[in-house]
Every structure is written in C-alpha cells, then in structure tokens.
Design a protein around this ligand. Structure first.
Ligand code: ADP
Ligand code: MG
Length: 340
C-alpha cells in the first residue's frame, strides 16, 4: 500500500521525466530545444539531421560558443542555465531559452551524447535515460554537437501517442522552417534520412529563406511591409491576395527572434486584407516584431510559444494597417480564380 501521507522529494530523474512531459512532447520539440540552444550560443551555422522522423536519431551541430568541460554536467541539471541569474532577468529575457529544462528533460527520455568545445580541447558526455554515463576528452572544433537516440524508449505511453513517421517528420520540418525564418542570419540545413530538405544562406536575407521554404515562384508574389513607432517596430513579407493557403499555419509571427503563436495578432494579419481574401483562405506571411522585452512575458508555457504582450491591441492595429496600406498602393484586383 502506498502511504499517501508520506511526503518526499522526487528523485531528479523522475522530476526530469515529469518536466519532459511538458517540454518534450514529440521529436519536433527536441529539435526546437536543441536548435534554440544553438542560436542562443551565437552560432552562424546549424545543421539538423534526423533519421526515422527523429526516433532513431536527432543530431544538431552548431559552431557556437560551446560549453566549458567543467560546466557540461551542470548543463544537464534541472533548472541549470547560463541565461538568467536573478528574478528581474525574467522580465528582460533576450535569449530563446532560460528555464534550464531542455537538456535534463531530453536526456531523461533518450540516450544523449553531447560533444562541445569553446575552442580549446573539447569534451564529450553521455547520458542514458537521465543517468550520467561518462565524460571524456574530444575534438576541439569550436561549437556543440548533440546526438539524441532512442527517444521515448523508456516512456512507452509517449511513444504510442506519436503520429505516423510522416506526420512527425512534417512537424520537425515545420519547426526547422520557422526557426530558419526567425533567424535568417544563421545558415541552416535540414537533412532527413540522408535527403536534404532545407538549406538557407545565413546572409540575413529573409526573402532567401522564404524562397528556400516556399519556393521562388511563391515568393515572387510576396511583398515587404514595414512600420515603426517609438518602441515598437514590425517588418516582414506578406503574400498578395491572389496567393493564399487553406490554413492559418502559413502566417508566422516572430517576436524578438522567437517564433510565437498568438491568435489576436494572426487575426490582425488576416484583417489587413479586409474583404480581399476568399472565405477559408489565408495569406502567407512572416512578420517580425521588435518590442521591448519588458513588455513581453515569455514565462507562460514550458514551450515558450505562447507569450503575453502588453501592447497587443496597438501591435495588432499596426500590423493590419501596414498590410492594408501595402495592398492599397498595389491597387490590386483580387483574382479569385487563382489558387496555388
Ligand atoms: P536553457 O537553454 O533554458 O538555459 P538548456 O537545458 O537548454 O537550458 O541548456 C542548459 C545550458 O547549457 C544553457 O544555459 C547553455 O549554457 C548550455 N548549452 C546548451 N546547449 C548549448 C549549445 N548548443 N551551445 C552552447 N551552450 C549550450
Ligand atoms: Mg535551452
């Protein structure tokens, strides 16, 4: 009989597996966390490789800052982070990560090998099912490589809940695309089962990234928008009304370099088109929003895709107006017969 009155602290591995339930929902979440770490480490190139939709292997190679050998095991501890230190840092988060949950969570539900170097002699650590296995010296190429194998092998319920490999791969692809759109200054590649699915230049050219993702023909029907106010700025590309999709998913919102989901602002993009869109059709758009981090609360959800923005209505108007004005200057006649 379990004694329900006996209160005790959970062992770290179990606590990490519980966190993993929120942070690592599926293979795409692992890719997101690892690539975000690479971006936070000032990488200029990030190469993502998966096999069997991430269940056999997820590998992320970056050329960023690396981790010192004596810090590497700390990085796998729960709530261990180099990105915030004190309470007020929570209100000025400039990095994608800050919760210190990704590495402990991922390593609690998979086998992880992390190789890293800050430029001098490198180090390699291995974790299996949340347990530290070994640390040894390794190559000194500056940057970090994380390999995740046998994801969810010790959480059968999670494994069962996953969709088909094609659906999981599509979700990974979607995450990589959005990370690439959020960071055109980083050169991304994405390879699945030996096939390259995405490559971006890293030259900071958002239109090039859009072309790599949606194709050059599609991008030729997208136009730039821009608007600025004292502590608020937006820029990006939106499709002409003749280029639409059957889902809102092609509207990407990027807030201070973080891809976010936000219904009112997605709505604001659509509203900018007024009556120019057919019912059930939606534009393709990438909107970059630059906002004082003090006006954004990113500590709402473990995956940090939901955020609270204190200037949301003002931002919404700005987005709608910028799109409306752009469309007015184009003086377009909507062509409802075209469909891509
Ligand atoms: P968080 O990103 O929230 O800080 P993580 O568990 O994802 O937490 O990572 C823990 C720490 O490990 C980070 O704060 C960072 O210092 C270090 N780290 C993780 N991945 C990398 C990487 N690719 N390059 C450099 N440092 C990294
Ligand atoms: Mg992280």
């Amino acid at each position: 009989m379990v004694n329900l009155k006996q209160i005790h602290e959970l062992p770290p591995i179990l606590a990490n597996q519980i966190s993993a339930g929120e942070v690592v929902e599926r293979p795409a979440s692992v890719v997101k966390e690892l690539v975000e770490n690479a971006i936070d480490a000032h990488s200029t190139q990030v190469d993502v490789t998966v096999e069997n939709a991430g269940l056999k292997l997820i590998k992320v190679v970056d050329d960023g800052d690396g981790i010192d050998a004596d810090q590497v095991q700390t990085a796998f501890l729960r709530h261990a982070t180099s990105k915030i230190t004190e309470q007020r840092d929570l209100f000025r988060v400039r990095t994608l990560g800050f919760r210190g949950e990704a590495l402990p969570s991922i390593s609690s539900v998979a086998d992880v090998v992390l190789k890293t170097s800050t430029g001098a002699m490198g180090t390699e650590v291995t974790y299996k099912g949340g347990k530290f296995v070994s640390q040894s010296a390794s190559e000194s190429r500056k940057g970090t490589t994380v390999e995740v194998r046998s994801l969810f092998y010790n959480t059968p319920a999670r494994l069962k809940y996953l969709s088909s490999p094609n659906t999981e791969l599509a979700k990974i692809s979607d995450i990589v695309n959005r990370l690439a759109l959020s960071h055109p200054e980083v050169a991304f590649s994405f390879t699945s089962n030996g096939r390259e699915l995405l490559r971006t230049s890293g030259r900071g050219d958002l239109l090039q990234v859009l072309g790599a993702i949606y194709g050059v023909k599609t991008v030729s029907k997208m136009v730039p928008i821009q608007s600025e106010e004292p502590d608020l700025a937006i820029n990006g590309f939106v499709s002409l009304p003749e280029l639409t999709r059957a889902s809102r998913n092609y509207i990407s919102l990027i807030l201070n370099g973080r891809f976010v989901r936000n219904y009112p602002l997605t709505r604001a993009v659509i509203d900018g088109y007024g009556s120019k869109l057919m019912i059930g059709r939606f534009p393709i758009a990438v909107i970059n929003i630059k906002l004082d981090p003090a006006l954004v609360d990113v500590n709402v959800h473990p995956t940090k895709q939901e955020v609270r923005i204190s200037e949301e209505p003002k931002l919404g108007h700005m987005i709608s107006n910028a799109i409306r004005q752009m469309l007015a200057t184009k003086q377009l006649i909507p062509d409802a017969t075209r469909d891509f």
